[in-house]
Ligand binder design. Structure first.
Ligand code: R5P
Length: 289
């Protein structure tokens, strides 16, 4: 087994304690890219590791790398993508649109034999195996997040910032045996988000902990923070699995009044506090892909 870290995947790859391969990327003056695998792959099972945030510029070099491994004799070519992009466009919301989640996962399926990922945004698509004909392994951050909350927050009440977050928040609340609720979100545009929070007054002295899978523009979290503060709750701790963070998102959250911003390290970011390398190395050791 040989792990090739690509783009910003090196730190996560190093934490796995497995043999690493080296690849180089050359960009020609005209902007085209050449990927070269320096470490021989003949007869090896190869895993490329990269998060797929900012996917447009990563995708072509990633596919070139996969095909280069196959052309140079790798026995199998897998992808470890701690964050899987494009999963939120899981239906055509307006006339004229396509379903990007299908296009994106279809492309990956046609170049890789297997995929390991962490908490992909599965909403209208219920399971990756429903749309990907390759072996998929979906890992979950719920237990490491629960462990972080247990170690750092004395009396938490968990809040899911929209209905899609129910699955994560509920499983963490059950793990910790603490109360939780889920907000009702209305999103009129990328930046116009409003929420209704059904939080019981009985928990007023608890520390609110908002938990979402993706923090992108930050508007979902910010609307929840504002609603909590307006209703007299203490400033919440905000936890995201995937620190996508569009430009301005962190400033928005701090202006809204977040007490603390904590993320998992599926995407490299200064807010990474919850490390998920063990999930991936356990999956690799059990050879679940
Ligand atoms: C969507 O349903 C996701 O679970 C997140 O709530 C959403 O992607 C967050 O996006 P933003 O930070 O742009 O509001």
């Amino acid at each position: 087994m040989l792990i090739f870290p690509l783009f910003n995947g090196r730190l996560m790859a190093e934490s796995l304690g497995l043999p690493l391969g080296e690849a180089t990327t050359h960009t020609f003056p005209d902007g085209e890219t050449l990927v070269r695998l320096i470490t021989p792959v003949q007869g090896r099972e190869v895993y490329f590791l990269t998060s797929l945030d900012r996917p447009n510029k990563k995708m072509l070099p990633l596919l070139f790398a996969a095909d280069a491994a196959r052309a140079n004799g790798a026995t199998a070519v897998h992808l470890i993508a701690p964050y899987l992009a494009y999963m939120r466009q899981d239906k055509a919301f307006h006339e004229g649109e396509g379903i990007s989640a299908l296009t994106f996962t279809g492309l990956l399926s046609s170049h890789f034999d297997g995929l390991i990922t962490i908490d992909p945004h599965l909403h209208r698509i219920h399971a990756l195996q429903d749309i990907m004909p390759i072996k998929t392994s979906v890992l979950h951050a719920a237990k490491p997040i629960a462990a972080w909350i247990k170690a750092n927050i004395a009396q938490p009440v968990l809040i899911g910032p929209d209905s899609e977050s129910q699955q994560w928040v509920q499983s963490i609340a059950v793990e910790l045996n603490v109360p939780y609720c889920v907000a009702e979100k209305n999103r009129a545009s990328d930046t116009a988000v409003s929420v209704i929070l059904p939080l019981e007054k009985a928990y007023h002295d608890y520390t609110p902990v908002l938990i979402d899978d993706i923090i992108s523009s930050g508007h979902t979290m910010a609307a929840n923070i504002e609603m909590l503060l307006k209703s007299g709750w203490q400033a919440p701790v905000c936890i995201g699995v995937h620190a996508v963070f569009a430009p301005g998102a962190e400033a928005l959250l701090s202006q809204a009044g977040a007490a603390n911003l904590i993320t998992c390290n599926t995407i490299l970011h200064p807010s990474n506090r919850i490390h998920l390398g063990n999930l991936i190395s356990d999956a690799l050791n059990q050879r679940t892909v």
